[in-house]
Design a protein around this ligand. Sequence first.
Ligand code: GLA
Length: 787
Amino acid sequence: MITRKNNIFHITTQKLSYIIGIRADKYLENLYFGQKINVQNDYLALAEKTAFPYGYSVVINEKDKDKNITLDNICLEYSFHGTGDYRNLPLLLKMHDNTYSSRFEYDSFKIYEGIYKDSDKTHLPHARDNKNDKAETLEITLKDDFYHLELRLIYTVFSACDVITRRCVLVNHDKETVTIEKMMSLQLDIPKKDYILSTFDGLWARERHQNDKELISGSYMIESLNGTSSNRHNPFILLSTKGTTQEVGECIGVNLVYSGNHKEIVEVSEYGKLRILSGINDTCFSYPVKKEEVFYTPEAVLTFSCDGKNGVSKNMHDFVLNHVIPPQFAYKERPILINNWEATYFNFNQSKIMGLVKEAKHLGMELFVLDDGWFGERNDDTSSLGDWTVNEKKLGCSLRTLVEKVNKQGIEFGIWLEPEMVSENSKLYREHSDWAIAIPGRKTYLGRNQMVLDYTNQKVRDYIVGIIKELLHSANISYVKWDMNRPISDAFSNAGSATPGEFYHKYVLGLYEVMEKLTKEFPEVLFEGCSSGGNRFDLGMLYYMPQIWTSDDTDAQERIQIQSGTSYGYPLSGMGAHVSASPNHQTLRNTSLDTRFQVACFGNLGYELDITKLTTVEKKIIKGQIEFYKQYRALFQYGEFKRVLSDNEHIIWQVTSKDKSKAISLLYRPYAKPNDSADILYAKGLKEDAMYRVHAREVAISIKEFGNLINQISPISIKEEGILQSAVNKVYTLKSEKEEYIVSGSLLMYAGIKLKQRFIGIGHNEDTRVMGDFSSRLYVIEEVKSK
Ligand code: GLA
């Protein structure tokens, strides 16, 4: 709800309050942001008070009653260069007279139902309205009459998920051009507390690892400069007060609906204020706005929870599912796929593909994804990007025929594309070398042997849209993996469609235009975003593509960290999670097939290994995994996710159904430890008084795990790594312990279940939980209804 009383705007959601005051000096003061409060006429209690000016400061409005105001010490809604606020600023405008000072004062406001009314005009992805959680918008207009500029601060409220989005709009009413050097979407000023900042950082194959730092005096900044939101620093950030746990404590979450260069700054000022800024990165950004032109920032997302980090994650997950992803995919169960990339890389033909498809069907999979290498003359990564015509010689038939063959097996067909790229060795580049991003006359640096297409150029965009439409219409394709495998460098448009200062933003706008057109034309096609794994995992992509390939790294131990980090800001159904071969192709680490599966369950399950080469035992295991996943798919993809525990020895994740009658927990142990205490299974968010049956999912224990210890129980001698051990291993595994309890929700949540003893180096029987390195169990928790 948004109310306005005298000079106060009070925005409330289910659990939070955001209060803005129009000050006598006409600047906007943030009076409060946090847990919902009841305010009658006592807003004065929230205002900053000053009687005398601070030493060595700029004082505004000397003549009226606020004469001693130093803006540097006020929590402001949006602040301006040249007004004496010396913190990091959200806005820098270069005026036609080459000055940088701006003074935007309150002018007027509008409150209306629904999202920002000009959302479509922004040509940017944005939060969608939803009849189950109707939005409401506040527009506050500020004016700088000296330069004839208008600045609108837009607040949209999504009450059910405790989210307020923010963005800014600049309108130039002057006859001269103004240049935006910086314009952030969100500024949030609040009094300083002992905040910890969590950011989600990484590189290729190790995306979104959580890093925490204590905020003391000064600024902390994260950013992306490579043209995408990047794997370096995700735009999602989390602030929590010291001592906050996953379940208890104050947390603030901020994200940006944007897929390009972004920047987030958190500053603790010497006057004891905390400032958060989020928006387009101002490096290499210089955007002219001519007479009567309008500039829109992307939308930033702000949430607050007193229920710890899981509370913020829940708000963000609900927001993404109900207000960001295409509504036709919200809560729609995602198919279990088989992707041929790590099974074949570029080396495949029709018979290999059909072998994979037939085995996939047999194992219960639902969608086959033909990855890189099906087009042009692409048999390695040195050629053909841009030539999106099927390589019939390699496939032995047309794409339509291949898709028909796959469909005939009862399997859907998906295809890999990398539409933002061009190989130097391609027909497209030979015909249109000026379509690649390059500075004329200068040797272009390549990344993975390829160049990026100039999406600021309308001709390029139209060509790509045309060719992909044709391709998707040519066969029954129900899924597209949209990849992007190199960063942008030497940003320059040969067509002159963007100046270097406009380039990065216009590239993103161009990309959104292409995706808008394609997803509109093919609303039922499931698009999965990808950028060398999870290099572009953001809300802008999720607006078009309801899921994103989380990381090229499918090693279970690595995935625990990657998926955990990703889960802070994004729902499980947004994450692609595959079971791949062991040793893993990224780390060479060996993990069991069940651990790989049990970690991948917390996302959209897929397989990415050569399933035509599985042993009898592996086939049986995978078949069982898929049956299990299908049974609980809705819970894994759409249940409420909680990070229950994370210490050096255990990780516990949990998904719970809305009515709390069902949950599944993952207990993961990175390392085995001899002579150790029992594991305790804790749950969260269940019904205290309900009774639950808890049982461990059976996993297969390979006899290889016992090495030559197996001879202690085997009637015949089995040589370690010998032919007999290998032969037995292909057809036989030991069964894991059976473990089952009927307990109350309160017991599970507060006492926890002391699980059976692990193998601790002394002996083994059916009551021992064999848990070596990188081991895991799933525990199914189901309410037992009394008759
Ligand atoms: C990227 C993707 C992979 C795969 C390859 C194909 O690295 O992240 O999943 O599609 O490209 O070249």
